[in-house]
Design a protein around this ligand. Structure first.
Ligand SMILES: Cc1ncc(COP(=O)(O)O)c(C=O)c1O
Length: 458
């Protein structure tokens, strides 16, 4: 970049600045990129230079750049510098893209976070039973088939005031977040957590506050401290936490409920693994019925392509969500709802889902034992994923890729780094060959020091 360009760009930022906090600097650069004063593709001056010119610390500028990076306004290209992105790429799945994009095709792709297709119930029986009565052409029918609503109510760990069905847990998170989170709201999230949730909340302009979790769920002390910031909402995965596998125990649920009762925080529980989880479906809704929304996904248990999840909770929140949805898709396909209702009623399908849950548990046990044998550190509890420690995420991913194994980088899941790198492995897809995979992992994790031998979780 020419010296004159740097001068004029910095002058533009100074003129635009209303406050010299990280947020203020990010907002100024965002406005300048939005109105074309800073062209897309332009390289930004170095952090050090901006810090000197604005009279702030490099940490403040770094924070501003980080914020703009999350929102998709700028992108760091390593040693080449930091560049302004075209407006069309603002927002979107910044973190999620890093999990889902893969350059290679792998012999064994464990980066996906998806269930094993061979463990899903056979849909053909249910499909053959869909009759003319299910093929509604009305825009005016209730959005949820009554027989499906009853089946889901029978499964839930609490008796909700209201319930609706949407197109999967991520659709539920999107609809709920859009409804309750406003620019600048503080929102509590587990650290680490599901990257699309972080993308979504960043895009809405929320200020994210990370909560520590251990194998029993959110750490109560961490929640107590975070509640002092008067957050608007708490997003939590009550069991089979992605990526760590942690599940909230009853005791922990009680401790968290006590803290949350006094705070007017909306709790959003994302039970994304539903019936394939081995842990019980523990919910804060039992103690906090007026402030908890509970999402139940059927993707992992019955198939991601059914695109169905239930949202249950206070009538005022569910009704607002359903009302807003009449201005969009209106309802989730009642044909698919009829398929799901049939699967939930069918003894054979119920048996297939229970067998899948047990098989995932067996796979986790086998993988844990194989990793213990080679001294690789991991956390696993429930579900289809394992969270594996490494001193160097990128090196481990490259080494695994060279051996034909795909894994997901850990960094998109993390909001507050603690100096330990991770990768996420969808071990639910591994039916055999555990020792071989563990040996590959052990080779891919560089320079074992004490940390790797330390097993976290259970
Ligand atoms: C934590 C979490 N929430 C939501 C989802 C998305 O689920 P669905 O397929 O129901 O949209 C996933 C998928 O893996 C997940 O891990």
């Amino acid at each position: 970049m020419q010296g004159d360009d740097v001068e004029s760009l910095i002058k533009a930022i100074i003129d635009e600045l209303t406050e010299s906090s990280a947020r203020g600097i990010a907002a100024a650069v965002s406005r300048l990129a939005g109105n074309g004063t800073i062209a897309s593709g332009q390289r930004l001056p170095t952090v050090r230079r901006v810090a000197v010119e604005l009279g702030v610390s490099p940490t403040t500028v770094n924070e501003a750049w980080q914020q703009l990076g999350y929102e998709g306004t700028i992108e760091s290209r390593g040693r080449l510098g930091t560049f302004v992105l075209p407006a069309a790429r603002v927002g979107g799945p910044r973190r999620y893209r890093r999990v889902t994009q893969r350059a290679d095709s792998f012999r064994l792709d464990l980066s996906t976070g998806t269930p094993d297709p061979t463990l899903l119930p056979d849909l053909r029986r249910a499909l053959s039973r869909i009759g003319r009565d299910d093929l509604t052409s009305s825009y005016l029918d209730r959005p949820v088939l009554p027989e499906l609503e009853q089946r889901i109510r029978d499964l839930l760990p609490f008796d909700p005031q209201a319930l609706t069905v949407v197109d999967g847990a991520l659709d539920a998170l999107d609809r709920i977040a859009t409804q309750i989170v406003r620019l600048g709201d503080r929102v509590l999230v587990e650290n680490p957590t599901f990257p699309p949730l972080l993308d979504l909340l960043h895009q809405l302009g929320a200020e994210l506050i990370p909560l520590e979790i251990d194998e029993s769920g959110i750490v109560a002390e961490s929640l107590a401290v975070a509640l002092r910031s008067r957050p608007k909402a708490l997003f939590i995965q009550p069991r089979a936490h992605n990526p760590t596998g942690a599940s909230m125990t009853k005791a922990r649920c009680g401790a968290l409920a006590k803290l949350l009762k006094a705070a007017a925080v909306i709790v959003v529980e994302d039970d994304h693994s539903g019936a394939i989880s081995s842990a019980p479906d523990v919910s804060l809704a039992r103690s906090l019925p007026d402030q908890t929304l509970h999402i139940t996904s059927f993707s992992k248990s019955h198939g991601p392509d059914l695109r169905l999840a239930a949202v249950a909770g206070p009538a005022a929140l569910i009704d607002a969500l359903t009302d807003r949805r009449t201005l969009g898709p209106g309802w989730s396909s009642r044909i698919l709802q009829a398929v799901l209702a049939d699967l939930l009623a069918d003894r054979v399908a119920v048996g297939e889902v229970a067998a899948a849950r047990d098989e995932y548990a067996r796979r986790r046990r086998m993988m844990s034992k194989a990793l213990d044998d080679v001294g690789v550190g991991y956390s696993v509890g429930d579900g289809i994923n394992m969270w594996i420690e490494t001193p160097h995420e990128q090196e481990t991913l490259v080494s695994l890729a060279a051996a034909g194994v795909g894994a997901s980088p850990g960094s998109p899941f993390i909001i507050a780094a603690d100096g330990t790198d991770h990768i996420r492995l969808t071990v639910g897809l591994v039916a055999d060959g555990f020792e071989g995979l563990a040996a590959q992992l052990s080779k891919a994790i560089p320079a074992a020091d004490d940390r790797h031998a330390r097993r976290r979780g259970r």
